[in-house]
Design a protein around this ligand. Sequence first.
Ligand SMILES: C[S@@+](CC[C@H](N)C(=O)[O-])C[C@H]1O[C@@H](n2cnc3c(N)ncnc32)[C@H](O)[C@@H]1O
Length: 313
Amino acid sequence: MSIVPKILEDDPEEDEEEDDSEALPLAITGLELSGVLSAGYRKLSLLLEHLETRTWETQIMGGQQRITADWVLQEIDRFAQGLGKWLKVAGDDKAEILQHSIGSRPLTEHKTMVEFGSFVGYTATRMGRAVELCYEQGYADGSILFEDSRLQGANRITSMEIDPVHACIARHVLDMSRLSHIVEVWIGQVKDLIPRLTEEHGDMSLNMVFMDQRGTTFHDDLSQLEELNLMYPDCRIVADNCVKPGSPVYCWHTTVSERYRTRNYSLNEFLESTIEDWQVVCDYLGPLAARIPRPMPWEEQPGEWRSYPIRDL
Ligand SMILES: C[S@@+](CC[C@H](N)C(=O)[O-])C[C@H]1O[C@@H](n2cnc3c(N)ncnc32)[C@H](O)[C@@H]1O
C-alpha cells in the first residue's frame, strides 16, 4: 500500500482509496513523533530532558562540578514529584529497605546482585553506588587490592529489562552516574535471561536479588533461581509491589517454605502516602533447609481452587 498522499478528485473510486489511507497507522502519515508515543514514553522523554537540562545547568553554575550517582537519584526524585510525573520506582521508604539489604550483603569475591525490571535505572543506580562505595572503602583500608582482577572488570550487578526503550534509558542513566563498569542492563524477559546468569557468573553466584518485574511471575522466576542453584546460601531477596499490583503466590511460598526466613514490611508506595504496599524481604537458607518440599496451595487442596468470572464476585 502506497503511503504517498493522494490528490483528491471527484471520482468515487478515488474516494474509497482516500478512506483507506485514513486507516494508515499514525507513524507513517507524517505526524510528529510525539503524536505516536504513548503517555508512558512521553513521560520518560520528559525525564531525560529534565536530566539533560539539569546537567547542563549544574555544569554552567558549578564549573566542573561532577555529576554523581547520588545527584542523579536526587534529580529523578525531584522529577517524580512534579504534577503527573510520578514514576514506578522503589524510592522513599522502599529505598531504605533496599539500601539496608544491599549493605547487609558484602560483595565477597565472585558474588553478584541482580535486579529484575530496570525501568529507568533508578534502583540499578542505587545498587551500583553501594558497590562503588564498597570498592572505595576496600581500596582505602587495604581489604581490596587494586591488582585483584577478580573484583575488576566483571560487572557486579545485572539488571534485566523486557522493554528496550526502558533498557536504553536505564543504560543512559547509569552512564550519567558513571556506573556502567559496575551495572549491566540485559534486554529480555527475566525467565529467558536467568540461565545466562549461570553462564556468565556460575553456580551460587547471587548474594542479592531485587524482584521488581511483574508480581504474578515472581514465584516462577524464584523457582528457576532455585532450580539452577544460582543463590548462595543466605542470599537476600527483596520483592517489591507485593500487594499492589500483588504477588500472592510468591508471598505464600516465601512465608510457608522452610527454605526462606521471611519478613513482610508494610509501607507506603513511593510518593503516595495513602497507598499501602508490601516489600517482602527473605533470606534463602539453602536447598537442604526444607526437608520435604512444600506443594503449592492448589496441589494441597485441588478441589478448593478454581477461577471465578469477575461478574460472580
Ligand atoms: C516497577 S518497574 C521497575 C522499577 C525499578 N526496579 C526501580 O526501582 O527503579 C518494572 C519494570 O519491569 C519491567 N518488566 C516487567 N516484566 C518483566 C519481565 N518479565 N522481564 C523483564 N522486565 C520486566 C517493566 O518493563 C518495567 O520497566
